[in-house]
Design a protein around this ligand. Sequence first.
Ligand code: PLP
Length: 467
Amino acid sequence: MDAFSRPRATRTDNGARSNVIALPASEMPTRWYNVLADMPVPMAPPISPATGQPVTPAELEQIFPPQLIEQEMSAQRLIPIPEDVLDILAMWRPTPLIRARRLEEALGTPARIYYKHEGVSPAGSHKPNTAVPQAYFNKISGINRLATETGAGQWGSALAFATRVFGMTCRVYMVRVSYDQKPYRRTFMRLFGAEVFPSPSPHTASGRAILEKDPDSPGSLGIAISEAVEEAAGREDTNYSLGSVLNHVLLHQTVIGLEAKRQLEMVGETPDFIFGCHGGGSNFGGIALPFVPQMLAGEPIRAVAVEPDSCPSLTRGRFAFDYGDTAKLTPMVRMYTLGHDFIPPGSHAGGLRYHGAAPIVSALLDAGVIGAEAVAQADVFRAAELFAHAEGIVPAPESAHAVAAVVHKADELREEGREATILFSLSGHGLFDLGAYEAYLDGTLPEQGDQRKAIASAMRDLPEVSL
Ligand SMILES: *Cc1c(COP(=O)(O)O)cnc(C)c1O
């Protein structure tokens, strides 16, 4: 008997007492699932702001490496993950799927609730799943420097980690309100060698234009994207990297759903409901897209993207061409949008403050393949507290939007006396978000106000596109 021996059944070997469904490392997915091969409706091409015509690969090559441009447009169903990328992902993947048994008990629901825990990654969210391949494809294309934006700081943290792994450098434009609210995210990025500026910044023409109008601008993802794109387009040695929205980002995130599907199979389950919070669509796409072939085949799987009611692009936006950024430097893509000028109210769910939505998620929503709902901030923090008490994990405020929707559904199922299997994405932990929880406990979370006027005003500036 040595210090490490213990009765087997109490360890995490998926015995009766474990709620953790661990996928063996040998079963980590080696290919990404590309939903573009199975889309039931055609995707509109992105439109160049310079020509008004579909963007050409040559235009995109100013800011992206060729492999990512190819993935953006690929119709190949399964795309191999390079060995060097798998080696890094294996630092924390496969991530656990966890049965939320104590949450079920707390809710008294007949539903079986499972969550995919992406908070175990180096940056504490799902974002490194795409930061690593993006850094890698830039590196092998001879690019050693990336510029990006970050909302809540999670994407900047993920890219700072990924560029460090491949010996590259990274500059991050961080939305001002988060820069002030979340100083330790800044420290995290700097520790991994990234340069971090609050956005709007005086370093770019786009930033200066905003500052002239409003020196106290809280910033927005749309503004920070303009700054990073401007820098990447203006420098030979620098490319741009985006943490959400684009097809290749959702592609990289499908490891989440591919693993979850296998893990549910291991315990004989298929999901009836899938929930993911929605900012730009990457963690929702990551968990839901691998189930799209089953949905299209008529299986009763309902996937729902959950957004804040203060930034309701999917539930109140218009499905139209719009710019991805405020300064209109990016291509126009067809997506659900609140208008590129919409600046969402300062919120503690910084990662969900984006005017648009992924074109893939938008097209699937428009086609009725998936659903969307909006939740209120007060519900989100109550659900987060309940989840923390039951499961012992502090969720990121973003992820807590999915938790709130799961709680609503579980309550509904209890009232109907109906069993069902719920899968959701816990996109990240909230240990860098304790300022938000402090405000919640003190009762000082800011009111978000009615955004209807601001949305209506921003919608008037949607671009005209005629193809
Ligand atoms: C960035 C982020 C989000 C929102 O982005 P999506 O692309 O919609 O996933 C959600 N949760 C966490 C933890 C994030 O870091």
